[in-house]
Design a protein around this ligand. Structure first.
Ligand code: ZN
Length: 275
């Protein structure tokens, strides 16, 4: 049983603020340890539940956050940027289940450090007409490859969101959202025990099913007109409104690759304090 953990940092234990997840800050150094602790707790539960191989795919920012020297020696870690499937690199390698660890709520809704890919410039992503978090997008990609989502961790609103896009997955709320920058946090010793337990239980659903590719539509709303105009330069991407673009793709894999291009071009067009 080969399992993949897609590990993001905003939904890790204790994280509530930009500096907690911003590469190079003192706070980030502190929270890297707690993030690694969440990952290790998950690895522990997955092996207890029958996993024979666990690949951790770093999914946050520089994708160089987890402390390899502290990682459970049974796991392997994919670290670093520039991966075709980004947060989900490895989902097409025949894995039997995926965990979304440290995930967060979607752009444009309440949730600790809520966003979808870009921190501020995207105000909404819509997959086939439904507002989509990174979790919802990635679950659709996992389904295309026949991979069940076993467990989702993050704040309580992330878990609520997961209940809609992956109703059979287990979840662990490591904190309770009070605002985008405030949460009632549970200490790592407690969240680790919960993550281990739910990862163990989640393994009951591990096992591939027959995935199939189908067409999907993604629309992206930005906080400024020039970002939509920049993204609409990509062939197949149409500017639908002043701040909104959309495109169709033959598969979720293609949709996510196109979305990656749209976010890269838009973020390259962001200017100083006016965004
Ligand atoms: Zn994220």
């Amino acid at each position: 049983m080969r399992i993949m953990i897609s590990a993001d940092m905003e939904g890790a234990t204790g994280v509530t603020w930009t500096a907690d997840v911003e590469v190079g800050t003192e706070q980030w150094q502190r929270f890297r340890k707690m993030f690694t602790g969440d990952v290790n707790a998950c690895v522990e539960g997955l092996f207890a539940g029958g996993a024979t191989d666990v690949l951790v795919n770093e999914a946050h920012s520089s994708q160089r956050n987890i402390l390899l020297e502290d990682l459970d020696p049974r796991a392997r870690m994919l670290t670093g940027r520039h991966k075709p499937l980004s947060m989900m690199q490895g989902i097409d390698s025949g894995v039997d289940g995926v965990v979304f660890l440290g995930y967060h709520a979607a752009a444009g809704v309440e949730g600790v450090l809520s966003h979808t890919y870009l921190p501020n410039q995207i105000t909404g992503v819509f997959l086939d007409g439904v507002r989509a978090s990174e979790g919802r997008l990635n679950a659709a990609l996992a389904a295309e490859h026949g991979v069940p989502v076993l467990l989702v961790t993050g704040d309580d609103l992330t878990c609520e969101d997961a209940g809609e896009y992956a109703p059979d997955a287990r979840s662990v709320a490591v904190k309770e959202c009070v605002s985008r920058y405030a949460a009632i946090c549970t200490p790592p010793a407690v969240t680790a025990a919960a993550i281990t337990e739910q990862a163990h239980l989640g393994m009951a659903r591990a096992g591939r099913f027959a995935g199939s590719a189908s067409g999907h539509r993604i629309e992206v709303e930005f906080d400024a007109a020039h970002l939509a105009a920049a993204a609409a330069v990509v062939p197949t991407v149409d500017q639908l409104e002043v701040r909104r673009v959309g495109f169709d793709a033959a598969s979720m894999t293609d949709a996510m690759k196109a979305f990656k291009v749209v976010t890269a071009i838009a973020s390259g067009a962001v200017e100083g304090s006016y965004g």
